[in-house]
Design a binder for this molecule. Sequence first.
Ligand code: GLN
Length: 310
Amino acid sequence: VYARHSMNFQLILEEIVATLRPQLGQEGAVANYIPALARVSTNQFGIALRTVDGHEAAAGDAFTPFSIQSISKLFALSIGMRLMGEELWDRIGREPSGNPFNSLVQLENEQGVPRNPFINAGAIAVTDRLVSHCEGKIEMLAQLSSVCNEAVHYNPEVAASEAATGYRNVALANFMKSFGKIDNDVATVLDVYFHHCAIEMNCLQLARAAGYLCRDGAHPYLADRQVVTERQARRINSLMLTCGTYDAAGEFAFLIGLPCKSGVGGGIVAVVPDKLTLCVWSPALDSTGNSLLGRKALELFVARTGLSVF
Ligand code: GLN
């Protein structure tokens, strides 16, 4: 606790930007299976954090909005847990998949029950439950606008681009439906899912929005309001550590040791429970769909600060 107060986070983030900026555009590639994302410049890097007591730091392109993509799975899960409690787990597992985020291979043996809520199949299953319980699109924007304390929007062009090319997601949803594990119309569920992925936020907004995960579920701005319960927050952090970066989750846990959730827009949200939430963004991805410089930035951050959940 004392170490935290003596750390100059602004300086640390600026050092990370200075270290990694020369590597921009050298390795990795943007996600090209979604045409609207393929046009994003790889020459961008941002990082921001917010501590439990509201102290903030931001460096590089921390104020440039980007497509949050699978980071939305974190917020969809949080809303689902809040609305449904334990019932949500009837159709979604909690095991790391060891497979790419859009893989179909395990779904057949598992009778249409996805291994966890952070792969595409799992998030589509969560979205189906949301569609049954609330106006999925409206609820997500309301939730995100509340926890990051300003209005949040979709990028309609990205949502349309995903819908036009989301063949695998269509396959995953139909496959689960064939096992009777999707209640609603597949097109409706996918429309909500694609809109969730197409939300645009910047690093600082995401560091604020995920704040409840380092505060035992307490709302980052509204006193006496829980976004999720303390136990739910702990469970979400556990799932982020084991499943939040897909088939690289073991590598992330080994190298970084923090609960993380990534998206193919190049963003990664990381949580240091009881201390801070952090968001890093750089669009060039590795072969597992995680931001390459984002991972390096988190490695530098934990090395420099000594922060860890272990
Ligand atoms: N919208 C992307 C998809 O459905 C999200 C994937 C990701 O960020 N890993 O394929």
